[in-house]
Design a binder for this molecule. Structure first.
Ligand SMILES: [Zn+2]
Length: 542
């Protein structure tokens, strides 16, 4: 029989509560003479959504320019909105035996549009830094677990499944301690991730509003696992469905059905049920939807839930694919809606992933629309020229956009008065990134007359609320039409402003119709674009 020792309540750590008998105001612990050793959970984040059809590759230089933080600084979330890391921190806060150890956190590579393929060098160098800093911790005070905040849609030259490779490289340093991963809803993952990680947790909201909560869920699981109070069982499925981001909003069907079912399973004892519909614009072998289910030691329940979600996603495959109007017919219909009093309208130019796309601006001008704002034409050269030669109040004629790739359309000539020129700062009050201090170095707004406005940006950018436009002095409530380059995230705020959210599908690198893209690496049986499902063969058979 183990000895019993009286200790004062303030010495009791939470991990011991299940060993405690409460007798009045005193505690009796069973077999515990020494204070518990604290646990040290290492945290690293290396995250990217790679659009492999874009022209600009994501070099180490671009990653460095986007900012990489090291050590304790990697955990500093001051001035940011909520995210995975704030969720990790909340789970650890107030737990005296838990210490989070910051390793490294990347920003987003600094490019004009979406970054294409990450170079092997960039991946290896950044992973080398993660691994060497982790190694120092392991041989120093030790590491009891690793939380990785990843995205899941990375594409790296010569590394077919980068996130699984990240976990494997981390595993080689830390050995047999739990490694748990949080992913964006746009993650493309497969069985290699399931083999590599102890538990996987994925966002359930798009617009992404639950990264803090998923971070909290993952870190709580980690803490309880290290304490021996949780035994993660994970099941994985790959339904073989690829869908455009524009059809993945979580509050609308078909994805609402999926997340409702996930929550149903969580109500029946599953710790966390995750379905990532994936990111269609990374030409990678693990492209498409994936299902990860985590339970506390219940193999049967884990498999049952994963199989059910797998079958549900497959059954919804047709609903995840449909066509949308182009810029010409789309803008015409929006003008009709406005004339009929169905306004204001947000035009979601969802597939411009470069930022310099002019298809919608061209139609707004040509079709004579008034009372509108085109919120983001990326053109750093024109901005620089304006900054060097002009000031607010000048009237200028400039050709903007249509310079990065032919798919963006031709440059558009506009004549207008400069109403804003310079750096801009604001605090985000919308649901996406609420509380974040945002800052851009250079931005311009031109007043074209008839309450028509064009915002010129340095790189791909879309307002997630009215705040970025108000920061330029624009009267958002005076517009009938706001055109922005976003798919779903903007809806978190703009749906509260607009009468209609109207997605259009002009030529762009993130189209609704995936069959126009030329994939080389994806699975043959990925619906609807794998070789098995293509209606016409792209092969030249003679
Ligand atoms: Zn996402």
């Amino acid at each position: 029989m183990a000895s019993k020792t009286f200790i004062a309540p303030e010495q009791v750590e939470r991990r011991d509560l299940n060993q405690i008998e409460i007798l009045g105001s005193a505690f009796i612990l069973d077999g515990l003479d020494q204070p518990m050793k604290g646990m040290r959970i290492a945290v690293a984040s290396f995250s990217h959504e790679t659009l492999t059809f874009c022209p600009e590759i994501s070099t180490l230089e671009a990653w460095e320019a986007g900012g990489i933080r090291y050590g304790p600084d990697a955990l500093d979330t001051e001035g940011e909105g909520k995210g995975y890391i704030t969720g990790y921190k909340e789970a650890a806060d107030g737990q005296e035996d838990v210490e989070l150890v910051g390793i490294l956190r990347t920003g987003w590579p600094k490019l004009t549009g979406y970054g294409s393929w990450i170079t092997t060098e960039a991946f290896d160098v950044i992973m080398g830094r993660i691994v060497s800093r982790l190694g120092e911790q392991v041989s120093g005070e030790g590491v009891d677990g690793v939380l990785l905040a990843l995205h899941g849609a990375m594409a790296v030259t010569n590394v077919p499944r980068p996130e699984a490779e990240i976990v494997r490289r981390v595993r080689r340093v830390v050995g047999d301690v739990p490694i748990m991963v949080t992913f964006d809803l746009h993650a493309n993952e497969d069985v290699e991730m399931a083999n590599a990680a102890d538990a996987v947790f994925i966002l359930k909201t798009y617009p992404h509003l639950d990264s803090h909560d998923i971070g909290f869920t993952a870190a709580t699981c980690m803490i309880e696992t290290v304490r021996g109070e949780f035994r993660p069982e994970m099941a994985f499925r790959k339904p073989g469905v690829v869908s455009a981001s524009i059809f993945q909003a979580s509050e609308f069907n078909p994805m609402k059905k999926v997340y409702d079912r996930c929550r149903e399973w969580e109500g029946r004892g599953v710790y966390c049920a995750s379905v990532a519909p994936g990111f269609a614009y990374a030409d990678v072998p693990d492209l498409g939807a994936s299902v990860f289910v985590v339970t506390d030691g219940d193999r049967g329940l884990t498999e049952e839930a994963a199989q059910d979600l797998h079958e549900l996603v497959w059954s919804l495959r047709e609903e995840l694919t449909r066509s949308l109007p182009g810029a010409n017919e789309g803008v015409a219909e929006v003008i009709e809606m406005v004339e009929a009093g169905k306004k204001p309208v947000v035009i979601a130019y969802h597939d411009d992933r470069l930022g310099d796309g002019t298809h919608v601006l061209r139609e707004l001008l040509d079709q004579g629309a008034v009372n509108w704002c085109s919120t983001g034409i990326a053109d750093p050269e024109v901005l620089k020229m304006l900054e060097e030669n002009h000031e607010v109040g000048d009237t200028v004629t400039v050709e903007i956009g249509g310079w990065l790739d032919p798919i963006s359309g031709d440059p558009v000539e506009v004549t207008g008065e400069i109403e804003f020129l310079g750096g801009a700062e604001w605090v985000e009050t919308g649901p996406i990134g609420r509380g974040a201090h945002e800052k851009v170095d250079l931005r311009a707004s031109l007043d074209l007359g008839e309450n028509r406005h064009v915002v010129i940006t340095e790189r791909l950018s879309a307002p997630m609320s009215a705040d970025p436009l108000k920061a330029l002095g624009l009267d958002v409530d005076g517009f009938d039409i706001v055109e922005l380059k976003s798919r779903v995230h903007h809806k978190a705020w703009w749906d509260t402003w607009s009468a209609v959210d109207y997605p259009v599908d002009p030529p762009g690198l993130g189209p609704a119709d995936l069959t126009i893209l030329e994939y080389k690496h994806m699975r043959w049986d990925a619906f609807p674009i794998g070789g098995k499902y293509r209606k016409t063969s792209t092969r030249n058979v003679s």
